[in-house]
Structures are given as structure tokens and as C-alpha cells.
Design a binder for this molecule. Structure first.
Ligand SMILES: Cc1ncc(COP(=O)(O)O)c(C=O)c1O
Length: 395
């Protein structure tokens, strides 16, 4: 049997073969399930979903809600999302809301709906790798615009971004607050990006999944394109239950989209997940309608965790770090670090510590490490002690 031939016959198409596997996973695979390793590699809290949300799912199951639902989600959940988005941003109709089986699924649907092979997609990096890989599934051309790092703080070079958003660009992806850097767009930056995209007919996809993890006292949520854009223009917002309500494993999210796109999104949902599980959607209703106290608590917990971690890391020689304005990660530079992947693998084996390599978020992230601080202080302190000892021992 000619091996080469058999292989190419059983292989995926070239665009899929060319997708990069997640380097976060590559590090995690070195130590996942090992109780001696302290993990901070994924964007996940160290606490379970609040009980009232779990109970809503149990009650739904007890009622026997085990059937398919509408493609766009059960009406009470669409209504609750519309009311929630309306209270935070702008009046929103349930007709412009699609329930999705995770934020990840919402992003995939958007890209399937809008991006054709060869289309130009612009993204700000460092960035969660899923966002730059998804368009490549559709054989898009992904152009990355780097954020700048100054004194530990990540900043947008607006002129550079606008220059990259050339006429004919199909779509711009803006994740703010950003995973991994915590960078958060200002309303003025958003207005400039929106004006530019309007001029050139470029779709704007706002990944707003961290909008409630924003640490300014005077804001309930990070600034959003939804605050500025008209409901019927080419702006889409992706939401998720994962981060705000500690529901990563439930796989529930949503999309806010212009009316003209809704029928086609409905078809794509039918032909991918068809719908989200009914009992998961009922948990979502509970989260949205009774979850504000839980969000406030989580935000305060993460704010303390952020301040504790950043202060502890800043003490270490060669570490350049500043408190991020949003999300749940410290993304910091380590002096002299040139291979963050190899370094993070050594951390797993030698320091028994799980962190994510900066290079997982694009070449601009090399030399940096991402540390998820959605964690209690004692765990963080243990992690910092392991990290410090490793640095002292020479890397
Ligand atoms: C920037 C960003 N967008 C979207 C998601 C998707 O979250 P989920 O698929 O769990 O809703 C994540 C999860 O880590 C993320 O970091």
C-alpha cells in the first residue's frame, strides 16, 4: 500500500490542515489531570456556576424539557438577552438576537455568514487564537495589526489599524476587553473604527464576551460598538454566558445582528447545532434575569485577584506588568524570554505551574506569558511562589 497516497486520501482539505493547533493546549497536554500541577492556562474560573443557575437547569430537566427548540432560541431567553443588552447598551429587539451554542459558535456562524475564500479579515493581536483561526477555516486571508506594549500596558495604534482596514476588506474583528492583553477600546477609538468601517462598507464583529469583566468603577460594562452603532448597520456583537456567569462548560452564547442577516443566520444555525439544549437555555434565563449580584461579586473577586497578581509579579526581576483594564488575564513580558512555548513546558515539569505561552496569541505575543487570574488569592500566591523560584533557579 503506498503510504503517501493513502494519507492524502484520508486527509482534510488544505485550509483545514493548515490550521494551527492551539499552543495553550500543547502546554496543557503536558500536565492536564496531574494534581501536582497548578493550572492557570485556560480562561476559566476556579469556581462552579452559581447554584441558582444550576437549579434552573435541573428544574427544566425535571419538567422534561428535553426537546429541540427554535433555531434562534426559546422566546424567554431571546427576550431576556434583548432586555439585558438594551439595559447595558441600546434598545434591542428580540428579533435581532440569536441564541448560540457558545460564543465560539456565534463567532463561527458570523464568519460562515460573511466570509468567502480569499476575503480579507483584519484582527488586532495578540489575540485569542480561535479568532484568527476561524476565518482561515473559510480560506480567508487574515491580516493582523499588533497592539503596542509600553510600560506593561497594551495600546492601540489607531492609524495603523485604520490603514490596514483598506477598502475591500470584508470584516474587522475587535475583541475588547481583549484576551490575552486586557486592552479595552475607548469610545473615541470605537467611533473612529466605526466611521472608517462605514465609509468602506466593512463589517465589524465585536467580541464582547468580557464586557462585564471591566474594572472601572463608573461603568457596568466596557464600552461597546453597540453603544454607537445603528441596529441595522453592519455591526455584530458576540456575547457569551461563559465568563460573566461562570458557565464555560454549558456552551451558551448569543449574537446581536442586523435584521437583514437574521434569516441567513437561522439557516446556518439549523445546519450546524440546530439549537442549544432547552435546559441550558433555561439556565441562561436565570443567569440574565437574576445574575447581577453574582456578576458584581465575580468582578470584585477578579479585581482583587488582578491587583494581587500584578503587584506580586511586578516584584520579580525582569517582569514587566501593569494592571489590565479588563478581562481576566495578566499578559506580561519576561526579560530575555525568546521561546515562551518551551519555557511554559518547562514550567509544567519543573515548577509544576501551568501558564499559557505568549506565542499562542500570535508572533507579537512572543516573550510574554498569559496568567488567568480568575482564582482565589491563596492559589495565586502559591503560583507566584513557584514562578519566582523557577526564575531564581535560572530559565
Ligand atoms: C475572546 C474570546 N471570545 C470568545 C470566547 C468564547 O467563549 P465561549 O465559547 O465559551 O462562549 C472566548 C473564550 O475564552 C474568548 O476568550
Amino acid at each position: 500500500m503506498p503510504d503517501e497516497h493513502a494519507h492524502s486520501h484520508a486527509a482534510a482539505r488544505p485550509a483545514v490542515r493548515a490550521l494551527a493547533a492551539s499552543l495553550i493546549r500543547e502546554v496543557a497536554n503536558e500536565g492536564m489531570g496531574d494534581p501536582g500541577v497548578l493550572p492557570f492556562w485556560f480562561g476559566e474560573p476556579d469556581e462552579v456556576t452559581p447554584e441558582f443557575i444550576r437549579e434552573a437547569a435541573l428544574a427544566s430537566l425535571a419538567r422534561g424539557e428535553t426537546f429541540y427548540t427554535q433555531n434562534f432560541g426559546i422566546p424567554p431567553l431571546r427576550d431576556a438577552i434583548a432586555a439585558y443588552v438594551g439595559a447595558l447598551h441600546r434598545p434591542t429587539s428580540a428579533a435581532n438576537v440569536a441564541v448560540t451554542a457558545s460564543g465560539m459558535s456565534a463567532l463561527m456562524l458570523v464568519v460562515e455568514a460573511l466570509v468567502a475564500p480569499g476575503d480579507r479579515v483584519v484582527a488586532l493581536t495578540p489575540l485569542w487564537p480561535n479568532l484568527t483561526e476561524i476565518p482561515k477555516i473559510m480560506s480567508a486571508q487574515v491580516v493582523c495589526v499588533p497592539l503596542d506594549l509600553a510600560a506593561g500596558q497594551w495600546r492601540l495604534d489607531l492609524d495603523r489599524l485604520l490603514a490596514a482596514l483598506t477598502p475591500g476588506t470584508r470584516l474587522a474583528m475587535v475583541n475588547s476587553p481583549n484576551n490575552p492583553t486586557g486592552w479595552t477600546a475607548t469610545p473615541a477609538e470605537q467611533q473612529a473604527i466605526l466611521d472608517h468601517c462605514r465609509r468602506h462598507g466593512i463589517w465589524l464583529v465585536a467580541d464582547d464576551v468580557y464586557e462585564r469583566l471591566y474594572y472601572r468603577d463608573d461603568a457596568a460594562a466596557a464600552p461597546s460598538f453597540l453603544d454607537l452603532a445603528d441596529p441595522e448597520e453592519r455591526v455584530l456583537s458576540v456575547g457569551s454566558f461563559s465568563k460573566s456567569w461562570l458557565m464555560t462548560g454549558w456552551r451558551l452564547g448569543w449574537l446581536v445582528a442586523p435584521s437583514a442577516l437574521m434569516p441567513d443566520l437561522g439557516k446556518l444555525i439549523e445546519y450546524s447545532t440546530s439549537c442549544s439544549p432547552a435546559f441550558v437555555q433555561h439556565a441562561g434565563v436565570a443567569a440574565l434575569t437574576r445574575g447581577e449580584a453574582a456578576i458584581a461579586r465575580t468582578r470584585e473577586r477578579y479585581r482583587h485577584a488582578r491587583d494581587f497578581l500584578v503587584a506580586a509579579l511586578a516584584e520579580l526581576p525582569g517582569v514587566e506588568v501593569a494592571p489590565p483594564p479588563g478581562a481576566m488575564y495578566a499578559f506580561f513580558r519576561v526579560e530575555g524570554l525568546t521561546d515562551s512555548l518551551a519555557f511554559c513546558k518547562r514550567l509544567v515539569h519543573e515548577a509544576r505551574l501551568g501558564l499559557a505561552p505568549g506565542s499562542a496569541f500570535g508572533p507579537e505575543g512572543e516573550g510574554c506569558i498569559r496568567w488567568c487570574f480568575a482564582s482565589g488569592q491563596a492559589r495565586l500566591a502559591d503560583g507566584v511562589a513557584r514562578f519566582a523560584a523557577h526564575l531564581r533557579g535560572g530559565r
